[in-house]
Design a protein. Structure first.
Length: 327
């Protein structure tokens, strides 16, 4: 699959997830087999372009190419300015968010709310594509609600505006994340456009990745929530797609070592105060894979307020030494 000048070395992409797909997690998933990793969404509001949170979301230091930033907004000029700024900051692909179903996003007519106004969609995409000399991609849902699935018409419009790849989540905005994703609409989109199409929604295993690719004819699949605490999913799915075999799951020691390294990298990226607190949710996701953890030891990990103490208590929880975890 190609996006502009970039040829991806696989068919598995990490989905953009607010509060999750920061630089440490993107690099981790690329290390484990993701062919591409999309940043968490960055607002196009001018007053927020230079605050610390936005700048961290745009930090690509040490990240494998191609580097992708997803931008969010409903004003064509502001979106064009945001695209230019993020290219200056190192983005090599700009992804436009028209898929987020969150109320706080849709209430300002951004994200998947834009699917109700195809004329505005066209103006935004045209402005962003004209603003930058890097590929622009788009992420959408199948429509506003089950009675208004307009992904095919949006896809044709996007292609005519110069969008170079399209991701479709197999739910409408009204569905949120409830129910099962449907892939019929994604298959219809793929049949109607010549640009690469990525299928997204409920892809939580190597077998499901194979099924969705076959069902939709998509060029790649995008994995989101199933990768939380489970970066190995990318490598396992890649092996299944390429060779028809699924590697054995990581053992307890491997999970603990990757968790420990990931948490250390978060401390370095965010600084101690924020890093310790943001790391807690990732620890929870890893621990859910381990099972059988000592409740008191786990509670002590969550209570730690310094980087050193959090790492030390993680070692105790893992029943491994800090030296073994750092090996």
């Amino acid at each position: 699959m190609r996006i502009g000048p970039y040829s991806l070395n696989g068919r598995l992409i990490l989905a953009p997830m607010a509060g999750v797909t920061d630089r440490p997690f993107r690099i981790l998933c690329r290390r484990h087999g993701a062919a591409l990793a999309v940043s968490e969404m960055v607002t196009s509001l001018p007053q927020l372009q230079h605050d610390r949170k936005t700048r961290l979301r745009c930090d690509h230091t040490g990240e494998p190419e191609p580097r992708v930033i997803q931008i969010l907004g409903a004003d064509p000029l502001a979106m064009a300015d945001a695209a230019r700024l993020n290219v200056e900051r190192g983005a090599q692909i700009i992804d436009v968010n028209m898929g987020c179903p969150a109320k706080k996003v849709c209430n300002v007519a951004a994200g998947s709310a834009l699917l109700r106004d195809e004329a505005l969609v066209g103006r935004i995409l045209d402005a962003v594509v004209r603003a930058v000399d890097v590929p622009v991609t788009l992420k959408i849902r199948t429509g506003w609600d089950p009675a208004n699935r307009n992904a095919v018409s949006i896809a044709k419009l996007a292609e005519s505006c110069g969008i170079q790849a399209l991701t479709v989540h197999g739910r409408t905005r009204a569905c949120g994340f409830s129910g099962r994703a449907e892939y019929t609409t994604i298959r219809a989109v793929k049949a109607e456009v010549g640009i690469p199409v990525v299928a997204n929604g409920d892809i939580d295993s190597p077998e499901r990745a194979r099924f969705v690719l076959d069902e939709t004819g998509a060029d790649a699949v995008m994995i989101g929530r199933a990768a939380l605490g489970n970066p190995w999913l990318f490598g396992h799915a890649a092996a299944y797609l390429e060779r028809g075999v699924i590697p054995p799951p990581p053992d307890r020691e491997e999970i603990c070592r990757v968790m420990h390294q990931h948490i250390r990298e978060m401390h370095g990226f965010y600084g101690e105060y924020a890093g310790v607190r943001i790391a807690r949710k990732h620890i929870g996701w890893y621990v859910s894979r381990l099972g059988g953890m000592n409740p008191q030891a786990l509670k002590a990990v969550y209570a730690a307020e310094s980087a050193g103490l959090q790492l030390s208590r993680l070692a105790d929880l893992s029943e491994l030494t800090l030296r073994e975890l750092a090996a």
